[in-house]
Design a protein around this ligand. Structure first.
Ligand SMILES: Cc1nn(C)c(C)c1CC(=O)Nc1ccccn1
Length: 326
């Protein structure tokens, strides 16, 4: 079995959304390799909270089964969150189908999710150990379907031009160039986590002794790195400075930005060309960088700002992360 869906950029590239059919109802969900819950907007929310979203209506699904007494409560590193009740239903992602997938129906969502009109919820693709359902944590879609897949993998090929895809069960070699390099993942953290102890700026490489580990996180927009790396990068950008009103480093959009690369394990340097560093404009002449600080947290978060320049393989059986240029 295999499945393939489009990954369409939304919120000017802050996230990527993919169509998922749950109990016959189609929702646009954010595939998130940094968390492990599949939760959706539900008709239990108020109409003010639902707004323009598609909301899952359990009473309209003939295959939905409530898990009586089960609940979930989630809070993400950026302070957003959701909570609600749990059931199972048939989930179809591009033809890859799980019949009894735990789905988490939000009865409350934080303001960030209400105001983000594009995402109808998340599909968690980190390890099931991080699942928030009580009293019994539930398995992710990938965990449930892995044994049915032609290969126990899923791949992310994100692209601002709208050509991006997520694929389950196959590695499409037409989607990358050069070697596909695999790195062991420390699944004990629950994340797709690996070491990253060197980086390069404008082609000059620096080794680090105290680097925090990194995670591959498709559900995070930016590349959130240890402060010393971020300061080193923006020290090479004359007009750059930390602007607390926007919460990050900004610079003149006219700058000629240096290339940046960061290690994924011991044998792959993930490169971002200088032309691909900017995340968004702040005003007519100021730009906000895709490289920002993790504020000293104990992980570095390799989000879409990095991943969209690469073809990424998540290998669930051997706990490996594959990276290639494209
Ligand atoms: C872990 C972390 N710390 N900080 C500052 C950030 C931004 C994160 C990542 C994060 O919150 N990602 C996320 C948010 C909502 C939904 C899915 N993923």
């Amino acid at each position: 079995e295999t499945g393939e869906v489009a990954a369409t950029p939304a919120d000017n590239g802050a996230e990527y959304l993919s169509p998922v059919t749950i109990g016959g109802q189609k929702l646009n969900l954010n595939f998130d390799t940094g968390s492990s819950d599949l939760w959706v907007f539900s008709t239990a929310l108020t109409s003010a909270e639902i707004g323009q979203h598609s909301a899952f209506n359990p009473s309209k699904s003939s295959t939905y089964k409530e898990l009586d007494g089960y609940s979930f409560s989630l809070s993400y590193g950026d302070g957003s969150g959701a909570a609600g009740v749990v059931g199972t239903d048939t989930v179809d992602i591009g033809g890859a189908t799980v019949t009894r997938q735990a789905i988490e129906l939000a009865t409350s969502v934080s303001s960030a999710f209400v105001s983000d009109a594009d995402s109808d919820g998340l599909v968690g693709l980190a390890f099931s150990t991080l699942n928030s359902v009580s009293p019994t944590p539930q398995k992710t879609f990938f965990d449930n379907i892995m044994s049915e897949l032609a290969q126990p993998v899923f791949t992310a090929s994100l692209d601002l031009d709208g050509s991006g895809t997520y694929e389950f069960g196959t590695i499409d070699s037409s989607k990358f160039t050069g070697d596909l390099e695999f790195t062991p993942v420390n699944a004990a953290s629950g994340f797709w986590q690996f070491d990253s102890s060197c980086y390069s700026i404008g082609g000059k490489t620096y080794n680090r002794t105290n680097a925090t580990p990194a995670i591959a996180d498709t559900g995070t927009s930016l590349l959130l790195l240890d402060p010393e790396v971020v300061q080193a990068y923006y020290s090479q950008v004359p007009s750059a400075n930390y602007d607390s009103t926007v919460g990050g480093y900004t610079y003149d959009c006219s700058e000629n930005l240096p290339d940046f690369a960061v290690a994924v394990g011991d044998n792959y340097m993930a490169n971002i060309p200088g032309s691909g560093i900017t995340f968004s404009p702040v005003d007519s002449k100021t730009c906000f960088g895709g490289i920002q600080s993790n504020s000293g947290s104990d992980v570095q978060i390799f989000g879409d700002a990095l991943l969209k320049h690469h073809f990424v393989v998540f290998h669930g059986e051997s706990n490996l992360l594959g990276m290639a240029a494209k």
